[in-house]
Design a protein around this ligand. Sequence first.
Ligand code: NDP
Length: 221
Amino acid sequence: MNVLIIGASRGLGLEFVRQYRADGARVTATARDDAGLARLQQLGARALKLDVVQAASVSGLAWLIDGERFDVIVINAGVFSARTQGLQPPTEADFDLVMRTNVLGPMRLLPQVAEALAPGARVAVLSSLMGSIAQRSNASAWLYRASKAAVNSVMKDAAQVLAGQATVVSLHPGWVRTDMGGEGADLAVDTSVADMRRLLAGLTPADSGGFFNHDGQRLPW
Ligand code: NDP
């Protein structure tokens, strides 16, 4: 199996690399600094430098992967936003960072990903249940929520465009103990990633365009 993980320097992305490598998969993974690249190399991955907010960096991906075809592609890179109370507007800097990373990044990556699909490929973005509009109990971090709702829409369109070529899904990893999730989160990173790998392995083309919890349950948009 040939796997590509985008945004894999730490947290869930790095754990995807660790687990796929432990299974013997060939893994290409990206990080944006030397420390991240070194961690990927230590796991035996092919490490590529990529920053998803830099257009030139993303457009260089096709050249770097050089005609390779992947069975599994995970767009994991993401940032959280400052927590807000009620209708407190984000700063422009926060808006630009969160939307460029979580939405524009995948929109720039997907055309490149489309050229690197092995037959029957699975393509996933790490979204969040916080992006669900139907299932929402409070308004904290509305910028982050808006970015994940937007990337869910992006993935729905990608599923349409790539129908017959790839199964395309949005995933919620659970609330996971990473730098982003914090120490009080519910799930260990290895459990979340093991669940998502199982989910990815079991997907069928009929699942394309879906939004799934890490445990395989469908989530409301
Ligand atoms: P972390 O904050 O621990 O790691 C984020 C990863 O994204 C890092 O590898 C980081 O790289 C990378 N990244 C951020 N910005 C960029 C960029 N511009 N270009 C390339 N890579 C970038 O987060 P998690 O591992 O917890 O989260 C991974 C994904 O899962 C995210 O999309 C997040 O929104 C989502 N998620 C996480 C939840 C949780 O509870 N942890 C819950 C729901 C969703 P670098 O080291 O260079 O900063």
